[in-house]
Design a protein around this ligand. Sequence first.
Ligand SMILES: *Cc1c(COP(=O)(O)O)cnc(C)c1O
Length: 223
Amino acid sequence: MSEHLEASIARLRDRLERAGRDPASVTVIAVTKGFDVDVVKDALSVGLFDLGENYAQDMRAKVDALGPAERAQARWHFIGRLQTNKVRLIAADVALWQSVDRSSVAREIAKHAPGAAVLVQVNTSDEPQKGGCAPADVSRLVGECRELGLSVSGLMCVGPADAPSAARTAFRLLGSLADDLGLRERSMGMSDDLEIALGEGSTMVRVGTALFGSRPAPPGARR
Ligand SMILES: *Cc1c(COP(=O)(O)O)cnc(C)c1O
C-alpha cells in the first residue's frame, strides 16, 4: 500500500509543479473519508499529516483507533456538512474547521473549541444541494466568527462538477472574496479540478481519490 501511495504522492507533486506551483506553497489535505483507519495510518507513515474527513462519527472512530504517536502527528481538517449536534464529538481533535457556513455552527464550535481555527465555506457556484454560505453573506459570517473568538484564516469552496469553465469562475470568485477580506487561505481544488484551482491561487487542495484510489463505498451510505 505504502509503495502505491508514494507513487500517487509523486504524481500529485508533479501535477502541482506542472501547474506552476512550488509544492511547498500548497497544503495537501489527504481526504480519507470512506476509507478505513489503515489508510489513515498509511498516510501518516508517508508524511501526509493533514487529513480530511466529512463525517463526525467516522472521524471519531478513526481518531480513537490511532496510537498515541499517530494521534499526535495527525492534523484533522473537517470538510463535510457540519451538524451542530456533532461538533462536540470531534471538537478536541479538529485542527481546522473548513466548512463553517452558518452562525449556529460557528457558535457551537466556539462553545466546544474556544479560539478554534476555521475557514468559512462559500457556495461559489450557487448550487442548492451544496454547503456554503452565499457570497453576499461571507463578510458578515467572518465577522461573526471573529466576535465569537474564532480564528478565521480563509475561505473554502467545492467546485462545480460540470464544466471546467464553471469551476474556474467559482474558484476565481472565492479568490476575490478572500482578497477583499484580506484572508490568506483559499481551500479549493480536489482530485479532478486541482489544476484549475491552483491557477486561481489555491493554497490548500483536498485530495482523496488521486491519492488513495476510488472510495470503497460512498461516504455516508453505510448509515
Ligand atoms: C470528498 C471530498 C474531497 C476529495 O475528493 P476527491 O475527488 O476524492 O479528491 C474534497 N473536498 C470535499 C469537501 C470532499 O467532500
